[in-house]
Design a protein around this ligand. Structure first.
Ligand SMILES: [Mn+2]
Length: 344
């Protein structure tokens, strides 16, 4: 199917996601005048992060732009079906540079060493993201919290630029949509999301492949981590939470800072309002993943604790020891649940 056909299909009313033209042009100009472009995503990359990163690499090759793709952590095996996933590099990056594109990052710290380790002064940065808590840390900020994924924003950007939706590009963009919506199930998934997904499938993206690889597949270390998490779980005052010690994390063979979905499982407990997974990292810090269902808002809880995210999915990093961080999180979550119950 040609790009023109796909584009026509998606000119159906896209109510909450009309990009304003000046930004589209501004980003286009910045990209066109750059020769050494670096695209960076967040540490512990999820599907949307890897998909955004590879999508930018694939898309800009249509303008003969070589983009270096950078991430602190290695791309998980289950995302290796994405074109260019094997070209993602890890810091330090020391070459010449005249433009940075940050993808799926709510703030600069989310990029880790990939950004912090760059020599200064740094070149201009384009910040493309869909987190409501985004700090607008770029020189150009394309932040749309109504987008279900960063790849949804990229879809609008690329089609507005008139780029061709090749099967490779469509596969990347669909992967971000599918993973961040958990297979079109999350709040915020609407007719626009499905129109775009339909256009991407029409352009050659394999939806069952994306679902099987990027959404369902998990590493053995992930389910091992879940075993520890489920074993330690507690339930009080509407909060289901669990802690995982560094030792347990090591025994599970888990490397990342995310629970890879355990917080969703906890938050899906019928009797609960919120779920929290509190993981002790090797560096003395404690990583917290928070999930809830409406009308609760873990984005606010996370932000009050120095983190960020979305209303229904958020996280933060606290200093150790584990028991102190657990106490902080449990207190904050229970207070938010109490407050919300009073209001409704
Ligand atoms: Mn995302």
């Amino acid at each position: 199917m040609t790009h023109r056909n796909c584009h026509r299909e998606t000119t159906l009313p896209l109510n909450n996601l009309e990009l304003d033209t000046p930004i589209i042009t501004e980003i286009r100009r910045a990209v066109e005048s750059a020769n050494h472009i670096l695209a960076i995503v967040h540490t512990g990359p999820d599907g949307d992060a890897v998909a955004s990163l590879t999508a930018v690499g694939v898309a800009l090759s249509q303008w003969d732009k070589k983009v270096v793709l950078l991430c602190d952590d290695k791309v998980p095996e289950r995302f290796h079906f994405l074109p260019r996933a094997n070209q993602v590099k890890r810091p330090p990056y020391r070459r010449q540079l005249d433009l940075i594109i940050a993808l799926d990052c709510g703030d600069e710290q989310r990029m880790g060493q990939s950004f912090a380790g760059l020599s200064t002064p740094r070149p201009p940065l384009i910040n493309i993201d869909h987190h409501a808590t985004n700090t607008h840390f770029g020189q150009i900020n394309l932040v749309m919290d109504t987008a279900v994924s960063t790849t949804e924003i990229l879809y609008h950007l690329f089609t507005a630029w008139g780029l061709t939706l090749t099967p490779d590009l469509a596969l990347c963009l669909l992967t971000g949509l599918v993973t961040d919506t958990m297979g079109f199930r999350t709040n915020g998934t609407n007719a626009d999301t499905l129109h775009i997904a339909s256009a991407l499938v029409a352009a050659g993206a394999d939806l069952p492949l994306v679902t099987a690889q990027a959404l369902n597949m998990k590493e053995w270390s992930t389910v091992q981590l879940w075993r520890y998490g489920l074993n330690n779980m507690q339930f009080e005052d509407g909060l289901v939470w669990t802690t995982i010690t560094h030792q347990e994390r090591k025994a599970a063979g888990h490397n990342g800072s995310s629970s890879n979905g355990l917080s969703n499982i906890l938050a899906d407990v019928d009797e609960a309002a919120m779920g929290a997974v509190i993981i002790e990292m090797g560096d003395g810090n404690v990583r917290v993943g928070l999930r809830c269902r409406p009308p609760y808002n873990v984005g606010e809880v996370a932000q009050n604790l120095g983190g960020g995210g979305h209303p229904l999915a958020a996280g933060c990093t606290l200093p150790g020891p584990l028991a102190a961080a657990e106490n902080t999180v449990v207190t904050a979550c229970k207070a938010a649940i109490r407050q919300q119950s009073k209001e409704s």
